[in-house]
Ligand binder design. Sequence first.
Ligand code: C2E
Ligand code: CA
Ligand code: CA
Ligand code: CA
Length: 274
Amino acid sequence: LLTLCLKKAQHQQVTKQDSRPVFNISSEMLRRAMETDQFTLVYQPIVPADKSMPVAAEVLARWTHPELGPVSPDQFIEAAERFHLIEPLSLMLLQQALSQLKLWNRQRVFVNLSFNLSALSLPDTLFMNRIMQIAQEQEISADQLMFEVTESADFTDLASSIANLASLRLRGFSIAIDDYGTGYANTQQLLRVPANRLKLDRSMVSNVTEGSQQFVILANTIQMAKQLGLSVVAEGIETQAEANALTALGVEYQQGYYHSRPLDAEALIQYLQQ
Ligand code: C2E
Ligand code: CA
Ligand code: CA
Ligand code: CA
């Protein structure tokens, strides 16, 4: 009976406030999904302000469960972290992304990729070595690849995380501090993480109007980033007004639905060739 109840609970669908379905993801479901290639990747363009500079793209994972349908990345990434499956999942996704990038390089489609790493994996030196090994196997040069990181509440092993990130930088990979302006990314992190890019969270940029308090904070954050030698990306740009405001503030890169939604590999090539 207990097993039956548990099974039922697993498939039960609850609804969050924002009306997106929340699923009870089990470790078995994730394992099975990895074994049967249920994960795919999409790529969201990171658009430079100066049109002569190359476009990059952020790699975002997608999961369509055969019965449940699409599951949001926030949910399955959190579940993968909880079940200690985030490392095999990340390695699988990186493998997928970099073999795609290798193909694009061969086809002379030029794009750099930005890949999300879970804060929980950063202290693991074996994992970080494996990442560099995958890049080498796929013949990807370090300057084509950026890693996006945030600090999580349990960013426990801080010293090893910083050391591992530093060794990525030493090998020429780039590091972006993701979600800046939210609880998980703040000025403390600027001092600790050997990053060369700052990604301003959507909450910092959305509905910004010139002269507002939000505008002042944004302008100062951008200035600070520049003085620290970080390039800046504004995330979650949804309107032309936001895009114009950020360009006026001297932000080098923008990402958001206004420029493009995340695209599958084929659509990204079309976007790049436009
Ligand atoms: P993130 O790294 O902050 O990624 C940006 C999220 O904002 C993506 O959500 C993207 O689709 C969404 N977005 C982009 N432009 C706009 C916009 O203009 N407006 C709004 N409202 N949203 C926009 P997504 O794909 O649902 O991913 C959610 C989070 O899941 C990501 O947040 C990231 O933390 C995590 N994630 C996704 N893929 C991976 C992955 O491969 N590995 C890891 N570790 N985490 C991942
Ligand atoms: Ca990200
Ligand atoms: Ca982000
Ligand atoms: Ca996020």
